[in-house]
Structure formats: structure tokens, C-alpha cells
Design a protein around this ligand. Structure first.
Ligand SMILES: [Zn+2]
Length: 133
């Protein structure tokens, strides 16, 4: 989620913290070579960044579901539908192969190999075609 910087303050350790328009805060450390923000150390630099757009992690985490558009929600439902269909098909293939192996009298290890093979070679196109509309 995007937010804008409305001001700055220092925390107890003297690190600079940006106040965001959304009411959250974000640390803006100048810690070279990992974080290079020399501008944060001067009043001019900080003034320059007021009003600039930054990513707010708190908003992104707390508002994920609530801020999803109808399109995004529909896309997620579709992805879940496909994922569930693939899981069901994998399970079915594994169970069928395992039962087949037991009927054929294969040992545990052989039955397991067959079940894993069945999942590996599962025809995904067929799974997708068979998706309930
Ligand atoms: Zn926020």
C-alpha cells in the first residue's frame, strides 16, 4: 500500500522515522553501506522528502483482504479453485496407484514408487479441462 510522508521524528535511539499520511510510521535509517539515505541527516533533505510516496508495510499487511478489488478477489477465487482441483487429482492418482499396486501384490516400497510416479505423470491438462465450471 502506498502512503505519503507527512513529517519526520527521531526515535529513542536517534534513528529517523517518517510519519506517514496513513497514520503509520516507517524507519528511514542512514546506515551505509546497507542503507544509504544521507538526506535524512539534514533538515533540508528531510523537507525535500515530505510528500513523497513510499510503501507502507503496515497498511499492506493489515488491509490485504479489505482493499482487494473485485477483480483481484475473483482471480484469487479462481486460483484457489484450480489449486484445489489439482490437489484432489493428485490425491486420487496416488490412492488409485497405491491400491492398484497392493492388488498386484507389490511391496510397500513398490506401491509408494508407483503412487509417486502417478502424481508426477498426472495429466494436468486433463485436470484443468475437468474443472467444474
Ligand atoms: Zn500505513
Amino acid at each position: 500500500m502506498k502512503s505519503t510522508i507527512s513529517g519526520f521524528h527521531q526515535d529513542q535511539l536517534g534513528d529517523w522515522v517518517a510519519d506517514l499520511a496513513c497514520g503509520h510510521t516507517r524507519h528511514m535509517r542512514h546506515d551505509p553501506p546497507w542503507q544509504n539515505r544521507e538526506w535524512i541527516t539534514t533538515p533540508e533533505g528531510r523537507t525535500r522528502f515530505i510528500g513523497s510516496v513510499v510503501e507502507c508495510k503496515v497498511c499492506a499487511e493489515s488491509g490485504q483482504e479489505g482493499h482487494m478489488t473485485e477483480n483481484e478477489a475473483a482471480r484469487k477465487r479462481e486460483q484457489q479453485r484450480i489449486a484445489q482441483a489439482v490437489r484432489a487429482a493428485c490425491l486420487q492418482a496416488a490412492i488409485e496407484a497405491y491400491e492398484y499396486a497392493q492388488i498386484k501384490g507389490l511391496c510397500q516400497e513398490g506401491a509408494w514408487d508407483l503412487a509417486v510416479d502417478a502424481v508426477k505423470t498426472l495429466d494436468l491438462d486433463k485436470v484443468l479441462e475437468g474443472l467444474p465450471g
